[in-house]
Design a protein around this ligand. Sequence first.
Ligand code: DON
Length: 569
Amino acid sequence: MLSGLTRAGALFGLLYPTFSLIALAKEPVRAGHGMVVAQEPIAAETGLRVLQQGGNAVDAAVAVGFALSVTHPVAGNLGGGGFMLIRLANGTTTFLDFRECAPAAAARDMYIGPDGNATSDSIYGWRSAGVPGTVAGLALAHQKFGSKPWKNLVAPASNLAAEGFILTEPVAASLRDDKNPLHQDPESQRIFLRNGKPFTAGETLKQPELAATLNRVADGGSDGFYKGETARLLAAAMTAHGGLITESDLGAYKVAERTPLEGNYHDFHIITAPPPSAGGIGLLQMMGMLDGTGYTSDGPDSAKAVHFETEAMRRVYADRSEYLGDPAFYNVPTADLLKPAYLAWRRGTIDPLHATSSEAVAPGLAKTAEARLRTWHESDQTTHFNVVDAQGNAVAVTYTLNNSYGSGITVPKLGFLLNDEMDDFAAKPGSPNMFGLVGADANAIQPGKRPLSSMTPTIITQNGTLFMVVGAPGGSRITTGVAEVIFDVLDFKMNVQDAVDLPRFHQQWKPDFLYLQNGFRPGVAADLTRMGYAIKPTDGVARVEAIVVKGRMLEGGTESRLHGKVAGY
Ligand code: DON
């Protein structure tokens, strides 16, 4: 097979003359000690101050996580959940899964209406929220690895909430976007609009109720959220509005500490997200399928690279649709999905010159139930941040409310938004939910279960030394966006800033489109069209943030077109 691919590689060169790399060459931000990369500048600087005051990477990550809940309300959160991947300088790794879980009263068919169709209750309103995990996740991270007093790490956020912060245009523009669900909820309107009118950039947003909630967290740690006044008020509001989360759900919430998924790619060691993320498996499957294809010969923005990566993505997402869910509830065949022989077989089904139709690609493990056609689409608001400290400890966090502003509901008297993560479940196995997603039994709703995620926080080492810390928001495009930036750095040797700025692409099996970010030269799209791809232009594929370690220097990249910040010292 390899010789066939090599021959095909030569043919490619004839059909599609080698493209030169898009002229990016933007310098990354460099720092010699510590670095925070986050998607909102005030939060990034908050983390930087913690590092400069001698806090470690976990301390800084906790402070950034809380700060984003104030300054980046679209995705930063207390009422959502996420994943924290940690690699200490001594090589110890762990993965804190503080993903939301379904409340005890949740049921498999809770979002199916009288007509038998899935309703939008999994997206909007009180019933769309899973039990939040963020505060428990940040608290456990601090308990296990933190070095600074907890209160000092929560205080910057509560001060920002109490005293207010000056809105930048990106945050103001996001708040005024009347497509976001904030505009449907009276309490959200009261807080995030100024007397019913949008804030403008330069005005100060104060969030006194959120400050009070953060102060209870500062005083009581995790119990300051999951017990006492916060828990009582949240549960009472749930009851009043037909939501499901009870005080007992909150009291029972547990962070799952998991072993990260690990694998090798060339001389790099990949440490990434295990289930209930589909991201780590997808990333390692892509690596296994691309290895040996010679896909790099024409450059990262060539039709050849896009083609091979896309075909790997298609096969990854077909598998995901069938086999992945919360491992506490479903026996995820992780080892089978990553077997070299399986991935070599999958690789062999890639036609080097033509797109494969998704109709011809099914979930690939042997002896499965007959493959069903599925679509999988997620919306796009979440956030990611990376921290590396002067000792070389590294933290990658992706956390989320799910889509922009989550359910849109701000809990009265508590000041925080609730997630709508329940929509990441397959609301009705076998039929699309509101995102067009059709999932399998593996991801059906069950009480206490965590919904399947695409979030892919990843840390990469080389010869036992920290090399890269990376992750992204972007719904179902997270895994592919993160993978592309990793390939751009590892295989195409791009600097990290250029890698995150390079236009990306996405394929997710169903629907059978190749989403091509605007910015590719027209010739590439034309070549891909000739190869059989149905192209949909898109203005972005995930928003990737990364740190790469070059000798004694940290290099940070955040997409130039967005308002993230690399803060280092
Ligand atoms: O966990 C997941 O895969 C989704 N809830 C992430 C949603 C997301 O990234 C939306 N935004 N950019």
